[in-house]
Design a protein around this ligand. Structure first.
Ligand code: ITT
Length: 200
């Protein structure tokens, strides 16, 4: 049975400040006090799973066990159809260390050019997980479909936003007002499912 989640303390189990901002915007209006793994200086677990849902569960449980509070995690990424779903769960890792999404976006473009691809369809995927200190998890997956455009445009958002144009749109997520992105993104899609199932 789905475990419910009452408003209260919630740890955002992520070290990505772009995600922290978006997750706070989603959960704080519902009465949650959200503190991030960055604020709490939590260790970053190694993402050893092969799926978005697996990695989301792993990150939420690590934070919940360390803090003794329910934790929310987000595992997400960009899947490019002509690249057989890459970078996918490796979306952050394509940016190298220290992370450069300018480089990651160039890598995507180079891979498409090398493949002679004429189909630039892509989707963002997001798995949101809630983990409890006793090991229970609830996980929800969302997506937003669209295509890629180069060169990158816009300085709003984060990650691959400057090259992603959602279906029916002409501007990139990087150019879009954050409220509008929040209403249609893969994160919003997963959040709607989470909210309904957990009755928050
Ligand atoms: P945490 O694991 O600490 O949450 P991370 O950045 O390593 O942070 P992921 O492993 O889930 O997170 O990597 C997902 C990457 O996919 C992320 O770094 C972004 O570059 C990209 N991504 C996910 N959602 C995105 C969005 O809404 N807009 C742009 N890029 C996004």
């Amino acid at each position: 049975m789905t475990r419910k989640l009452a408003p209260g303390n919630l740890i955002a189990a992520t070290h990505n400040s772009g995600k922290v901002k978006e997750l706070k915007a989603l959960f704080e209006p519902l009465g949650f006090q959200v503190r991030s793994a960055i604020e709490l200086d939590l260790a970053e677990p190694e993402e050893t799973e092969k799926t978005f849902t697996g990695n989301a569960a792993l990150k939420a449980l690590a934070a919940a066990r360390t803090t003794g509070e329910p934790a929310l995690s987000d595992d997400s990424g960009l899947e490019v159809f002509a690249l057989d779903g890459q970078p996918g769960i490796y979306s952050a890792r394509w940016a190298g260390e220290p992370r450069s999404f300018e480089n990651a976006m160039k890598k995507v473009q180079t891979a498409l050019v090398e493949k002679n691809a004429d189909d630039y369809s892509a989707r963002f995927v997001c798995a949101l997980a809630i983990g409890w200190p006793d090991g229970h998890t609830e996980i929800f997956e969302g997506e937003v479909r669209g295509h890629l455009e180069f060169p990158a445009r816009g300085d709003k958002g984060f990650g691959y936003d400057p090259i992603f144009v959602a279906e029916g749109e002409t501007i990139t997520f990087g150019e879009m007002d954050p409220d509008r992105k929040h209403a249609m993104s893969h994160r919003a899609d997963a959040f709607v499912k989470l909210k309904a199932a957990l009755e928050i």
